[in-house]
Structures are given as structure tokens and as C-alpha cells.
Write a protein that binds this ligand. Structure first.
Ligand SMILES: C[C@H](O)[C@H](O)[C@H]1CNC2=NC(N)=NC(=O)C2=N1
Length: 95
């Protein structure tokens, strides 16, 4: 999981609403929930998956909004782990 993502591998993430950072090393997305409890519950579920992946988000929560940035620190760029966690986060948010 140490190879960096190609543009073809990043495109589906952009199509799913993730924004590629200017330096190309991270993807970001803002999740909006009904209220704080829904937001924090989603963070809790996402955190369990992140821990299982041993791949952790950079995120901040204000009330019902969660801003997320995903990058792989070990390679200073995007890897399959970022794509996997992004997909998991999107799925959890759709539940
Ligand atoms: C030692 C530990 O396995 C590493 O620091 C893991 C932990 N979580 C991580 N999370 C992210 N986003 N990037 C990493 O490179 C990373 N590395």
C-alpha cells in the first residue's frame, strides 16, 4: 500500500465529492449531518474503521460539520489506504 495513487485512481474520489489538495498530496471533504450527535456518531464509526486500517484521518468537528483530510504521512501523498478510508467514510455517511 505504499504506491502513490495515479490520477485515474483519484478521479473516482473526486467524482464522489473529494477535493484534491493543491500539492496533490491529500484529499479533503466536508461532511454535514443533521446534528452534533449524528456527526459524532459518524466520527466514532469511522474511527473504528480507521483503526482497523491503521490509517487515520486529519479531521475537525464543529457542531454538525466534520471537515476531513486524508493523506498517507508515510509517503507524503495519497495511497490506496486513503482511497479505502474515503470510500468507507462515504458509505457510513450514506447509511
Ligand atoms: C506507526 C503507524 O503504523 C503509522 O504511523 C501509521 C498510523 N496511521 C497513519 N495514518 C495516516 N493517515 N498516514 C500514515 O502514514 C499512518 N501511518
Amino acid at each position: 500500500m505504499t504506491d502513490k495513487l495515479t490520477q485515474d485512481e483519484i478521479k473516482p474520489l473526486q467524482d464522489a465529492g473529494w477535493t484534491l489538495s493543491e500539492d496533490g498530496d491529500a484529499i479533503t471533504k466536508t461532511f454535514e449531518f443533521k446534528n452534533f450527535v449524528q456527526a459524532f456518531g459518524w466520527m466514532t464509526r469511522a474511527a473504528i474503521h480507521a483503526e482497523k486500517l491503521n490509517h487515520h484521518p486529519e479531521w475537525s468537528n464543529v457542531y454538525k460539520t466534520v471537515e476531513v483530510a486524508l493523506t498517507t504521512h508515510d509517503v507524503d501523498g495519497l495511497t490506496a489506504l486513503d482511497a479505502k478510508l474515503a470510500q468507507i467514510m462515504d458509505k457510513l455517511a450514506a447509511d
